[in-house]
Design a binder for this molecule. Sequence first.
Ligand SMILES: *[C@@H]1O[C@H](CO)[C@@H](O)[C@H](O)[C@H]1NC(C)=O
Ligand SMILES: *[C@@H]1O[C@H](CO)[C@@H](O)[C@H](O)[C@H]1NC(C)=O
Ligand SMILES: *[C@@H]1O[C@H](CO)[C@@H](O)[C@H](O)[C@H]1NC(C)=O
Ligand SMILES: *[C@@H]1O[C@H](CO)[C@@H](O)[C@H](O)[C@H]1NC(C)=O
Ligand SMILES: *[C@@H]1O[C@H](CO)[C@@H](O)[C@H](O)[C@H]1NC(C)=O
Length: 477
Amino acid sequence: MAYALSFKDFFSPTKTLLLLGVVLYVFLVPIFNIANPQLLMVKWASPAARTEPHISSSGENKIPTNLSHIAFGLLGSVKTWPHRRGYLEAWWRPNKTRGYVYLDQAPTPNLLPWPQTAPPYRIVDNLSEIFRDVKPRHALMPRMVHGILELFREEHDDMRWIVMGDDDSIFFVDNIVDVLGGLDHTKYYYLGWHSESVISNFWFSFDQAFGGGGIVLSYPLAKALAADMDGCLIRYAQSSSADLITMTCIADIGVNLTPHKGIHQVDLHGDFSGYLSAHPKVHLMTFHHFDAMDPIFPSMDRMQATRHLMKAADADQSRLLQQTICYQRPTNWSFSIAWGYSAQIYEKIHPRSYLQMPIETFRPWAKGPKPPFYMFNTRLPSSDPCEAPHMFFLESVYKSVAGDQIVTTYLRARPRDMPPCSSAGNHSADSISSIKVFSPAVKRIEIDRSECCDILGVDDNKAEVKFRECKLGEIIA
Ligand SMILES: *[C@@H]1O[C@H](CO)[C@@H](O)[C@H](O)[C@H]1NC(C)=O
Ligand SMILES: *[C@@H]1O[C@H](CO)[C@@H](O)[C@H](O)[C@H]1NC(C)=O
Ligand SMILES: *[C@@H]1O[C@H](CO)[C@@H](O)[C@H](O)[C@H]1NC(C)=O
Ligand SMILES: *[C@@H]1O[C@H](CO)[C@@H](O)[C@H](O)[C@H]1NC(C)=O
Ligand SMILES: *[C@@H]1O[C@H](CO)[C@@H](O)[C@H](O)[C@H]1NC(C)=O
């Protein structure tokens, strides 16, 4: 009689207690609740009833994000314009990109007529009304933050994202469209990234986007920030940095930074090639401070070097700087290719995790008293022939005749001037003078995994490498 309860079972001491508990709960809880009548009125709504109508379900927002949905605000000055305009003109697409460069005063006659190839200009608002009673610590700082309002005011129609930068910021707009297209612009987003120098983040904030590298705001956030602009500028008039004021005001809205490793403040000096040859595995979105470093390509000036990188960017931004690694077993060589920029040969098999660490060819913007100086691990430049790479830089970008491949060629920068790596069998790569790389002429929007490559051949003076998707279960080692 497995299912019948005996009288004894029912009135066992535990059961009695349980029963008493149930009785107490059923009868007493509602009585207690009456003391707080609101609780009685709380009804469990079905999930369907709770879902509020959301704008992203309407037809208009199903249209994929394109360049016309993004407004760019670039903060400049009449003084810096002549030698910096080339950085903006390198990426600006006249009549396609939307936005303005904000000048501190009307352009002098020598700057007119304003070039068609540059973003149109606006002169910043005079903020003396806002600061009638409270004086800002530095007049320049609120002016830069106020640029967000000035851009929003003019460009809010059919706009989804605002991207703020400086007049020496370089933006990779195809990647920006792809990255932002993957996010819901009807939500609150504040995208940016740290300074590369630890001490800069410490001085300002680890939670702020550094403005020259780019500050990306979704529509609702830009709108909220514009609405509170005067109040926020007065509240934080004593702040010493525009980026910090921006972060502080955004924090007051209840929004925090979403870091994106493709946004680069570039708080570095010297030779940037070590970093660019080991870029993080995310789409490249921006660079700042190109005029504070050595030109990124050997024997070019900064403008030539910027335009040279843009040749690769115009062919395929999705692969730009993506690091792809493969090995030449017969000679124990590692190939590391930062697509569209550089190629390296190491005379030893190094794991991917090692090759992903930038070689410290650069110096920090500002140096704290002791390490760590950078927000990432680095390798020191080495004179050990097993550690020091042979360096090659982008020479040309072509499309294959069939149109299905992009062919980038990298030329040796300088002789390495070292004996071969002995522990890996003395296979010198000294004779290699160029590396040709074939990559599919299709954008790689999903980069959850790196690409793999095969060495097609190595002869006396050149090597050929072909990119492809990694196979299921393939190990790069
Ligand atoms: C971008 O989207 C808008 C709709 O918001 C559409 O009118 C326009 O044609 C699109 N532009 C391109 C280049 O696809
Ligand atoms: C942009 O558009 C304007 C007018 O619509 C035209 O006059 C100008 O030539 C265009 N500029 C470029 C670079 O296409
Ligand atoms: C801003 O406006 C104030 C008065 O409204 C004026 O005194 C000041 O010169 C103006 N500043 C600039 C840079 O035009
Ligand atoms: C590759 O290097 C390993 C040691 O790392 C060595 O044992 C092996 O013989 C080398 N292979 C060739 C082909 O030199
Ligand atoms: C590489 O060459 C050096 C000097 O020529 C020699 O001492 C060493 O044994 C060689 N290593 C290998 C693995 O052959």
